[in-house]
Design a protein around this ligand. Structure first.
Ligand SMILES: [Zn+2]
Length: 322
């Protein structure tokens, strides 16, 4: 399997103050990519500009960052569809995308949707977020550096300007070569733009230190929270289905917490995030992590405070009615 290190540049409109949502928020104007073998050897490069269709003015930020002009794009660019066809045939059959950060693949698919190129990506896309892998290997796993600072971290030669899709893809590929994929390659990411179509396609990933589950889309939050696949807590070491010691609760309606106990591996903290799906419903991202008892104490405490607050609110409400 090859790795396709991908970077995009996009333009945007000025219309946000009108309150109207544009049909395409970010119009891709350049695609840059480097193809690497499974051993990290550089094989081929790709660069293409897109003939602008949605926006006929370059946003000042895009212009400032990329240095590109509409005139230049009209001269160098091909229609998005053609660029995308070239790009995908260049990618080949067996590959995995790698990007710096988690935005590019979503925007790529949104552009495909805009041009009715649905079906190119018909399943959730697995990819490597190299920005995240860099943080896992060299920092705390949570911090995020920009590409330039990662390039500086390795003291890589800076022969070209940053913020072109092609040059950034080249830099990202250089950073990729420094990453220890044997150790960190298990930390794969999933792009949620296309969700699992059915219960069978739902995603369950076990990273060894935590587990992640991505549900299909449900018409409503209440239905999601009634689904056993969503609410179950499972020890990702031994596979036991665990009974909850603290049932799912929330303080904002978006994030839910639960605590379970594995007789062999100890406390398991569950966290559910409710996200908006593409069909107007919701989907769930659940993470489960074995933790120290003190973390569970914190969850317990949170739940207690929440209950107290609710009681107080109810009492106040009652008083008002009297
Ligand atoms: Zn267990």
């Amino acid at each position: 399997m090859n790795f396709i290190v991908l970077d995009l540049e996009w333009n945007q409109g000025y219309g946000s103050h009108t309150g109207k949502k544009p049909a395409l928020t970010f119009e891709i104007i350049e695609i840059g990519a480097v193809k690497l073998s499974d051993k990290g050897q550089e094989l081929e490069h790709f660069q293409a500009f897109v003939y602008p269709k949605v926006y006929d003015r370059m946003h000042y930020m895009t212009k400032e960052v990329t240095g590109l002009t509409i005139k230049e794009l009209r001269r160098k660019g091909k229609p998005f569809r053609a660029v995308m066809e070239d790009f995908l045939s260049w990618c080949g059959e067996d590959y995995r995308f790698c990007t710096w950060g988690d935005m590019d693949l979503t925007e790529l698919q949104k552009n495909c949707d805009y041009y009715n190129m649905r079906g190119l990506f018909d399943k959730p896309l697995y990819y490597y977020d190299l920005q995240k892998l860099f943080s896992l290997q060299y920092e705390d796993g949570k911090s995020r550096r920009n590409l330039k600072s990662a390039v500086e971290f390795f003291r890589l030669p800076e022969r070209r300007a940053f913020h072109g899709a092609y040059s950034d893809a080249c830099y990202t590929a250089e950073v990729f070569k420094k990453l220890d994929m044997e150790r960190f390659g298990r930390f794969i990411s999933v792009d949620y733009h296309v969700l699992p179509a059915s219960k069978e396609e739902e995603i369950r990933l076990n990273f060894g230190t935590y587990a992640k589950y991505i549900s299909r889309e449900f018409p409503a939050k209440e239905l999601a929270l009634m689904d056993r696949g969503v609410t179950a807590t499972t020890c990702y070491i031994c596979g036991r289905k665990l009974r909850k010691k603290v049932r799912w609760f929330t303080n904002n309606g978006k994030q839910f917490y639960a605590a379970s106990l594995c007789p062999e591996h100890g406390w398991l903290k569950g966290k559910i995030r409710i996200k908006k799906g593409s069909k107007g419903g919701v989907f769930v991202v659940k993470t489960e992590k074995l933790v120290e008892e003190s973390v569970i104490e914190g969850i317990w405490q949170k739940q207690k405070e929440l209950r107290k607050r609710r009681r107080r609110l109810r009492a106040a409400e009652k008083k008002k009615q009297e």
